[in-house]
Design a protein around this ligand. Structure first.
Ligand SMILES: Cc1cc2nc3c(=O)[nH]c(=O)nc-3n(C[C@H](O)[C@H](O)[C@H](O)COP(=O)(O)OP(=O)(O)OC[C@H]3O[C@@H](n4cnc5c(N)ncnc54)[C@H](O)[C@@H]3O)c2cc1C
Length: 317
């Protein structure tokens, strides 16, 4: 089932969560345990992240610099299909511009369609370590709006090869990312919103936000989007803090603010258990307020941890 239909037909806020595929060499057992501990709360769909290969630049004996792949993180397509078929819960695999050519993306979309997956979250991805700016693959997309366009084209049976014989349309419901506190590369929020509108105009069905810890930031963002003419559902992304170091790590990685009250409470925490208690109760208050304001869905970033997610969902739904 398509995410847009799920949220539009629900008539109330639904709950979904995001999982990372296991690292290469690990099996999917822990991932399945996380899902099983949350199925009783009736998640309506599950997002599965994608991670491009990690590369490093290495100086060779002759002084030249070469790019070497140091870690592969495969599995999104396979794990997404396995989850959807094992649990009967629709999945939303993330697909990236970074690290993929248009042709590779077309293959991924053909595979997903073949496996009965008809939802995707279309993202640009970040630049690789050692590169200051994002660089697309040769024959890849530079921004998520181009990726959305490719997916929409496939929905009309428009493939990359003109002479392709089987050009059955591939229909996907498409989500894209939005940044209430602005994407870190955007010079200002206005330009960032213009580009967000471009993704929606290209055919995105809904937006999922980056994490935020002050709901006012989300409500202001929704208001600004509506003023720009962005009229698709905007799903808030919620991250329950569960580690002491997230107080400094999350703002650095995601370019977001931690409100003073939360920062003060976290800075008194001596252990990760203390931080998880603080983070979970903060997330519960955020979630209650968002649900009271009829948001379409709560998208919870799990990072593989489910106890706090359980507590939040129990307290809120
Ligand atoms: C809900 C969510 C899930 C995510 N999941 C993953 C994941 O699974 N894997 C992963 O690697 N990353 C993930 N990310 C992170 C994401 O890939 C990064 O934030 C990335 O830097 C931007 O992706 P985007 O799709 O928002 O890019 P874009 O929409 O392309 O925007 C990137 C930047 O370019 C600007 N821009 C946009 N369009 C144009 C244009 N046409 N011309 C010039 N500038 C433009 C924007 O203002 C922005 O500053 C996720 C983010 C969110 C919010």
């Amino acid at each position: 089932m398509r995410v847009i239909d799920i949220i539009q037909n629900a008539g109330k806020t639904v709950f979904s969560f995001e999982l990372l595929p296991p690292l290469k060499g690990n099996d999917a057992g822990k991932l399945f345990q996380t899902i099983e501990s949350l199925t009783e709360f009736d998640p309506k769909y599950i997002n599965i992240t994608t991670h491009r290969d990690e590369v490093e630049f290495k100086e060779m004996a002759d002084g030249s610099i070469t790019k070497r792949t140091v870690r592969k993180r495969p599995g999104t397509v396979a794990i997404a299909a396995a989850i959807q078929h094992k649990y009967g819960i629709p999945v939303v695999p993330h697909i990236l511009c970074g690290g993929f050519t248009k042709s590779e993306t077309e293959h991924v979309l053909i595979d997903l369609n073949f496996l009965g997956v008809n939802n995707v979250l279309a993202l640009r991805g970040d630049g690789i370590k050692g590169q200051h700016v994002f660089q697309p693959e040769k024959n890849g997309h530079a921004n998520a709006n181009q990726l959305v366009q490719q997916i929409k084209d496939l929905g009309k049976g428009k493939y990359l090869e003109e002479d392709l014989r089987n050009t059955a349309p591939l229909d996907f419901c498409i989500g894209v990312a939005g940044y209430p506190e602005k994407h870190f590369e955007a010079p200002n929020i206005e330009l960032d919103l213009n580009y967000l509108k471009q993704k929606v105009d290209a055919g995105a069905d809904y937006i999922v936000t980056q994490m935020f810890f002050d709901n006012k930031v989300y409500y202001d963002f929704v208001k600004k989007c509506r003023e720009k003419g962005i009229d698709v559902p905007i799903i808030p992304g919620l991250k329950p803090i569960n580690l002491v170091n997230q107080l400094t790590v999350l703002p650095k990685i995601f370019s977001i603010d931690i409100p003073q009250d939360l920062a003060a409470a976290l800075s008194k925490c001596k252990t990760n258990d203390d931080a998880a208690k603080v983070g979970t109760s903060w997330a519960i208050e955020q979630a209650k307020d968002l649900v009271a304001n009829n948001v379409p869905s709560l998208h919870i970033y799990t990072y593989g941890v489910s106890d706090n997610v359980k507590e939040i969902v129990k307290a809120v739904f």
